[in-house]
Design a protein around this ligand. Structure first.
Ligand SMILES: [Zn+2]
Ligand SMILES: [Zn+2]
Length: 148
């Protein structure tokens, strides 16, 4: 059972942090922010082809909640596309399992247990130049190389 008010935990984070419109200057202040549960509902319905009922079961929320989240995701994506806005996936009412990292050197993605302490290195190339994806996506980074 998930905690009250918390969406289903995510074990995967999106491949990208967002989109920037071609031809226009990137305007972060006017960016459309898609929350992680909106991204997840949109992905499950329009990419995986699931029904709202199936998504409700998977995300551990009611069917009307799925419909509301999904509609919001569609509206935001439409606004970004039509108005040429920068589009960022960030925040939301979700729990992510583990600390997710992406290596700035070789782009390898990997997950470390949240309770592991100390310096983290890329398992592929041993680099310590890492982006903490959990920071970027869940807590809202806005300062790392990838977010700028
Ligand atoms: Zn690496
Ligand atoms: Zn970041």
């Amino acid at each position: 059972m998930s905690r009250r008010g918390v969406m289903r935990t995510l074990s995967e984070l999106p491949l990208i942090k967002g989109f920037r419109p071609l031809w226009l200057r990137t305007n972060y202040r006017q960016a459309v922010i898609l929350r992680l549960e909106e991204y997840e509902a949109f992905r499950l319905v329009d990419y995986e082809g699931m029904t709202h009922e199936q998504v409700a079961e998977q995300m551990n929320v009611s069917r009307p909640t799925v419909t509301r989240i999904y509609d919001e995701a569609r509206k935001k994506l439409a606004r970004a596309l039509v108005e040429g806005r920068t589009f960022i996936i960030e925040g939301g009412n979700v729990e992510v399992i583990g600390e997710h990292y992406q290596c700035d050197n070789c782009n390898e993605r990997f997950v470390v247990d949240t309770d592991v302490r100390g310096q983290v290195f890329c398992p592929e190339c041993d680099s310590d130049r890492l982006t903490n994806l959990s920071e970027c996506f869940v807590r809202g980074c806005g300062r790392c190389r990838r977010c700028k």
